[in-house]
Ligand binder design. Structure first.
Ligand SMILES: [Zn+2]
Length: 97
């Protein structure tokens, strides 16, 4: 088995063209998105990880059903409200990719 490589993707545009950009105040890895069409030029690793975590996705969808606000959902799950919005906009339908 090769070493597990975690591909970092921009949580906002999905681009893999990202570069490391130091750490933020809380010591988390900050990345720069190199996609010129992306409005979010940097993001924190944890956001990416959680946004692509199916369990978090489930939680977000569940909390939306319970009418938890987007901001509250993000705060509770530790993800950005943009990520929450992105998840809610793209519910898993099981078709397509
Ligand atoms: Zn991006």
């Amino acid at each position: 088995m090769p070493k597990k490589i975690i591909t970092v993707k921009c949580p906002f545009c999905g681009s893999e063209k990202v570069s490391k950009n130091g750490h933020n105040k809380t010591g988390k890895q900050v990345y720069n998105c190199n996609n010129p069409e992306c409005n979010h030029h940097n993001f924190v690793e944890e956001y990416t990880y959680k946004a692509y975590n199916p369990e978090v996705r489930q939680q977000v969808l569940k909390m939306a059903v319970d009418c938890t606000g987007i901001r509250a959902t993000g705060r509770i799950l530790g993800i950005s409200k943009d990520t929450v919005t992105a998840i809610l906009k793209k519910p898993k339908t099981g078709r397509g990719r």
